[in-house]
Design a protein around this ligand. Structure first.
Ligand SMILES: [Zn+2]
Length: 288
């Protein structure tokens, strides 16, 4: 079957989430010629500008940006990071991140982009993150996007949009939660039944994380996050770096599937595979 171009749409809660959770995967899709759109629900300034938080919460003495300037900086950081990953189409919905709720306004704003983009694949947070009880808004953004799928395909949103290429999202991938470790996250959200080998683009992911100054990522922290999170996701499958997802729908096949990666792995001596595991992102230079 000829591989066709896919419209891939990631809907995330905070500005850095798409880079953090799926940046390597989005880069691989962009590289294969897919149309990648990132929708960022909140502006992130109230909770995810850690420099401002340190001033307002902890009284750290530092000059701070006013809200509007901080918002502009955040969007520039994320747009620049995504650009390094090959993703140019980013939509900032600018909902306040101090409290994100599943509201009609949020669902409609996502549906508007969805009706335009007509994604084949959606990438979302896991809607069960923290069992929905203590989550910072990730789950709410995912639930809003799941509801927006239906709204985006109603006459009000489709009116004026071209009919060819209309596509109800065929598959949805939930990003494995990597933000917190609490008793509420013990239900398995960190286990992915779909791994994407991001090793070929991991250096670009590091450099994209280096753009996220307002979250203190540039330099050592970006490298530690990727080594710990993406390194761990791939470790037991002898992939140097992987991003992990859970698929919403079952896959459908004409016979029992086995993936080329698994076949290759089964036929490769351990010494050869483990030699590959020695690469680390700490080798990626940081130009401050
Ligand atoms: Zn987030």
């Amino acid at each position: 079957m000829q591989e066709s171009i896919l419209n891939v749409m990631a809907v995330v809660c905070h500005p850095a989430d798409a880079i953090d959770g799926a940046g390597g995967t989005l880069a691989l899709h962009a590289d294969r010629g897919d149309l990648v759109t990132v929708v960022v629900c909140t502006h992130g300034v109230d909770t995810h500008d850690l420099e401002r938080n340190d001033v307002f919460r902890y009284g750290v003495q530092r000059e701070t940006l006013d809200h509007g300037t901080a918002l502009g900086r955040k969007e520039r950081e994320v747009a620049e990071g995504l650009r390094l990953l090959g993703v140019e189409d980013v939509r900032f919905l600018r909902f306040p991140d101090e409290l994100l709720m599943v509201t009609r306004d949020l669902i409609e704003a996502i549906a508007e982009v969805m009706a335009e983009v007509q994604p084949h694949l959606l990438v979302l947070h896991n809607p069960t993150e923290d069992l929905g009880l203590a989550d910072v808004g990730h789950a709410d953004s995912a639930i809003a996007a799941l509801k927006a799928r239906y709204l985006a395909n109603t006459p009000r949103f489709l009116e004026g949009k071209p009919v060819p290429g209309r596509q109800f999202p065929a598959q949805i991938f939930f990003m494995c939660m990597n933000g917190k470790t609490t008793v509420l996250t013990a239900a398995g959200e960190r286990w992915g039944n779909v791994l994407v080998d991001i090793t070929p683009v991991v250096e670009r992911k590091v450099r994209a994380m280096d753009c996220l100054t307002s979250q203190y990522y540039p330099g050592d922290l970006a490298r530690k996050c990727i080594e710990d999170v993406n390194g761990r996701m791939g470790l037991h499958w002898r992939l140097p770096y992987a991003e992990a997802f859970q698929s919403f729908h079952p896959d459908i096949h004409s016979h029992l599937p086995v993936n080329p990666y698994l076949l290759d792995r089964a036929a490769t001596p351990a010494a050869e595979e483990l030699a590959r595991m020695k690469i680390t992102v700490t080798d990626v230079p940081f130009d401050s």
